[in-house]
Design a protein around this ligand. Structure first.
Ligand code: LLP
Length: 418
């Protein structure tokens, strides 16, 4: 459930009329609902309350400092994939000791920084990386806490670009090599095995793949225990899907119930870490955009809006469907089928095709489910500034990222010397 709804024909975020916000802040602009973010985070936290657990929000889904700050205030942990994300967590008041570091290409300086600030765990994605972590930890004279991210070869039944748990993917260590990797950890002086990590993909809308992956991970846990290798934590990754159109994903409570049921049958006492991103932030955000022009050619009606694939890449990259709504319903306008397109000079710059909308030029629209993998994936293509980001809290709002200016965009560039 979210806090975006129509009242008297006007779309609201909590108690803020979005048309007022859009006119004051300018468009395009992302709007996040604090109450929705908090509600979604608590849904995961309370769903796992019967087990020792930590909800590590996946920063990559929405890395806005305001969003991270409000989650840090709830006591959230974080899942990061770069030192940049780590610095964001620290700037936002998050705790490195509740932060897990995944990602396939960690550089030496990134590993060093993570160890210096006391990262909870580094998830190892290859033996070469394990050796690098050991080398950096030796230099820093510390012991690096690590988990092996295993690739269980489970089909997440999602878009191929966001399925990570199959053997074809670059992620994790092949399941049949995991035991050997733990033995290697035992033989190295400056790494210690904390847990097992596993993330099989994103926008997963069925319980089955999560269950299959967990069952596989538990067989590894048994094997490790037989070998006398102690595991304290299981990191089950993120991946729970959300409703964009007519998907019916399990709720966090249903997901947790399935996981806990399996774990309770098991004799090992381990902490459960989960890394949800989209299920917390996705439906907590929308993108506001202005209709610049309506254009009609022989085949199509176009609504040309000021947000494009530079602002929201998901439709162009994954053929993702996002609901598009007018900010105010107007019965006086004729409805028609529109391709809602952006300003970018690419034919693929389409936010939604054949959408029935009753709109006119200069109307405002909202693109829903834009809290995850949206602002974070935006670019300056065509030298268009990134959109502002705003957090609504009841009847107030705060701009947590200003619109990007031309000076912001060219900072760091230079002319040639004379
Ligand atoms: N943990 C790890 C190790 C991950 O790689 C990811 C996402 C997550 C957690 C969070 O997954 P979530 O709960 O958000 O599904 N840009 C794509 C999604 C990429 C997901 C990458 N990894 C999209 O727009 O659909």
């Amino acid at each position: 459930m979210d806090h975006f709804e129509y009242r008297d024909g006007q779309l609201y975020a909590e108690n803020v009329k979005l048309a007022d916000l859009a006119r004051q802040v300018g468009t395009p602009c992302y709007v996040y609902s604090r109450a929705t973010l908090e509600r979604h985070w608590h849904a995961f936290d309370s769903a796992f309350s019967e087990m020792r657990h930590l909800v590590c929000y996946a920063v990559k889904s929405n890395a806005n400092l305001g969003v991270l700050n409000l989650l840090a205030r709830l006591g959230s942990g974080f899942d990061i994939v770069s030192v940049g994300e780590l610095e964001r967590v620290i700037l936002a008041g998050g705790d490195p000791e509740k932060t897990i570091y995944s990602g396939v290409a960690k550089k030496e300086h990134e590993i060093a920084r993570a160890l210096e600030v006391g990262i909870r765990c580094i998830n190892i994605e290859s033996t070469a990386e394990l050796e690098r972590v050991n080398k950096v930890a030796t230099r820093l004279n510390c012991v690096a806490p690590v988990s092996v991210r295993v690739n269980p070869d489970v089909d997440a039944k999602t878009h191929p670009y966001i399925a990570t748990g199959l053997n074809q993917a670059k992620f994790g260590i092949q399941f049949d090599e995991a035991l050997e990797t733990y033995q290697l950890i035992q033989s190295l002086q400056h790494v210690s095995s904390e847990g097992i990590a596993c993330h099989i993909g994103s926008q997963i809308t069925e319980i089955g793949p999560f269950v299959d992956a967990l069952e596989k991970v538990l067989t590894l846990l048994d094997d490790l225990s037989t070998q006398g290798i102690q595991i304290h934590e299981l990191d089950l990754g993120g991946g729970l899907g959300i409703r964009y159109q007519d998907e019916q994903p399990p709720s966090p409570a249903e997901y947790a119930a399935a996981i806990c049921k399996i774990l309770k049958r098991h004799k090992w006492e381990v902490q459960i870490n989960i890394e949800p991103g989209r299920a917390i932030s996705g439906n907590a955000g929308i993108l506001l955009s202005n209709v610049e022009y309506l254009k009609h050619n022989r085949e199509k009606n176009f609504a040309i809006v000021d947000a494009g694939m530079n602002t929201l890449l998901r439709p162009a990259l994954y053929q993702a469907w996002h609901e598009i709504l007018p900010l105010q319903t107007a019965e006086t306008r004729p409805a028609a089928l529109y391709d809602v397109v952006g300003p970018i000079c690419e034919t693929g710059d389409v936010l939604g095709s054949d959408r029935k909308l009753a709109i006119a030029a200069d109307d405002l629209i909202a693109i829903r489910s834009a809290g995850a993998y949206s602002a974070v994936m935006s670019s300056n293509y065509n030298t268009l500034g990134r959109a502002a980001e705003v957090i609504v809290d009841d009847d107030q709002w705060i701009v947590t990222r200003q619109h990007e200016t031309i000076n912001d965009m060219v900072a760091g560039e230079s002319l040639l010397p004379d």
